[in-house]
Write a new protein. Sequence first.
Length: 536
Amino acid sequence: MHSSVSDTAIGLLQLTWSNAFLLLLLLVAHKEIQFYNKKVKVPIVGVPFPGYVGSWIGAVWFFAFGHLVVRKAYESRKHKVFQVAMLERMLVVVTTQELINEVSNADPAELSFYSTIDSDFQVTYTMSRPVLNHVWHLPYIQDKLTKKLMKSIDLMQDEIVNACGLFLGHTKGETIQVNVMETFLDILTRLSNRYFVGKPLCRNVEYIHTAKEYAKDVAICGVFIRCWPDWLKSTASWLCSRIPKNQMIAMKYLGPIIESRKDKMDLLGKKWKDRPDDYLQWLMEGAVENFGNCNDTRDIMLRLMFLNFAGNHTSGETFCMVLYQLVNRPEYMQPLRDEAAEMIAKHGYTSHAFTMMSKIDSFIRECTRFVSLGPIIITRTAKIPYTLGDGTFLPPSTQVCMPHHSVHNNPSIPIYANTDFDGFRFHKIRDGLLQKNPANIQANRTELWTATSNRQLFFGNGRHPCPGRFFASLQAKMLLHYMLTNYEMTADVGSSYEPHRWQTMYIPNTHANINFKRLTDPEPGLKEEIAFDLSK
Ligand code: HEM
C-alpha cells in the first residue's frame, strides 16, 4: 500500500461502493463536527443559504472561486470580519487595517502561527513535530544566511551562471523554449542550496529534485490528511508515502556529509579552520550549542528539508509570476537593464549595487501586488477563546487570516490609488522623496519589496514576517539581472500566463513556456563545467 497520494486517489476509485460510502460518511461527519464545534457568529459569505447544507455548497464554490468570494466580500465593505466555508473548516477573514494589525501582532499564545502551520501541513505526519516544537534553526536564516549572501554574492553569481547556462542555453544566438515553472523551480532550488549545503550537492539532480518536490508533497499531503478526523490521520498519512521516500533520499545524501563533518568537529573542535560556511554547518553547530552535541543526524536533515519546504516553492513561484509579467510587458526590459548597468558601474558587482536597483525592486513588488500567490495570508489559529478588537468572539481552534491581495488592490490606500499595473510605482515614490530632498538617505529604503506593514503583507507582517525575504529578494534581483543581460526573453504565443486559482492558492501557470535567446558568449569554462556536471 506504499503509494503516493495521486496513486492512492486512483486506488480509491477501485474501492468497493460500500467502502467509498463509509469514507464519505466519515468525511461528512467530520465536517459536521468542525462546522458546529467552531461556530463563529460573523456573516458567512459565498454560501447560497445559511446552515449545514449551505456551508457544503459554499465550500465547493469556495474551492473553485475562493479568490472571487474574498475579493467581493472585501470590496463590498459590508463586513469588518466575515467568514468563508472551506471543505474541512470555516475560515475567518479580518478586513480593516486595525484588525490586520491586531491579528499580525497578537500574542502567539493566543493567536498562533505554528498551530496554523501544524494544522495546514499536518506537520506531525509530514515534516515531523520537533521541527516546529523548538524552532532553534530560525535565527540562522535572517541573520547568518542573509549576511552570508550579502558578503559572498560571488557564490550566487557562480551558481546563476551555471544554472542558466544549463537550463536556458549557453551558445550565443541559440534559442531555447522552456517550461517556466519546472525550470525555475529547479534553478531557484539550486541557487538556495548553494548556501544551504554548498557544492557539489547543490548540483546533484536527485537531491535537487527531492528538495524541490518536498514542499509540494507536504502541501498536498497536508490537505489530504487534514480532511480526516484525528484518529484516522495516521492511517491517512500512511498513504502519503512520497514524503518518507523523499526524506530517505535526503538522508542518503545528507547523512554521510553530516557524519563526516561531525567527525571533524569532534576531532578538531575550534581548530577546524576551513569548516564549511553553509546553513547545514550552522545547523550542526546550533545543535551543539542547544543540546551539547549534533548526534541527531535525522533531526538536522529534517530541519534542512524544512528550509527547502519554506524557501523553494515560494521563491520559485514568485519568480515565475515576475517573469510572466515581464515577457508580457517587454517595454520594462530596457529601463531595468539600464538601471542595473548604471548601479553596477557606480558600485561594482556588489550586494549594495543590487540594493540600489530601485526599478527592479519596484517591478518585482508590483508583480507580487498585482498577481499575488493567493487571496489570503497570515493565518493564525486561536489557542484560547479570543475576542477581536471589534468584539468578534473566536472560539479556540478558529482560523483567522487577512485578504492581502484585496488590500494590495484597495484604491483607498494612497500608494494603491491607481490599481492598474505600474511596474515603477514604488520606484517613483522613492524618486519623489529624493527629488524633494537629495540628502534623504532613508528614501532608498522606502516601500521596498521586503518591507512589511499592514498594507504590504506579501512576506507576512507583525510577529512572523518571513525571515528569508532578504535572501529571496537579493537572489531574485541577481537572477533577473543576469537574465536581462544575457538573454532575450519572449512570450510564447501558445502559452497562457494566467495563474491557476483554487481555494486559497494562486499557482503561476504550470504549462506556460518562455523563449530564451542567448545574447552573449558563454563565460570562460562554462561549457566544460556543464559538460563535467552532466557526465557524473
Ligand atoms: C519570495 C519568496 C518567499 C515568500 C513569498 C515567502 C513568504 C512567507 C510568508 C508569507 C511567511 C509567513 C508569514 C506569516 O504567516 O506571518 C513566511 C514564513 C517563513 N519563511 Fe518565507 N517566503 C519566501 C522565501 C523564503 C525563503 C527563501 C526562506 C528561507 C531561506 C523562507 C523561510 C521562511 C520561514 C522559516 C518562515 C517561518 C517563520 C517563522 O517561523 O516565524 N522564506 N514566508
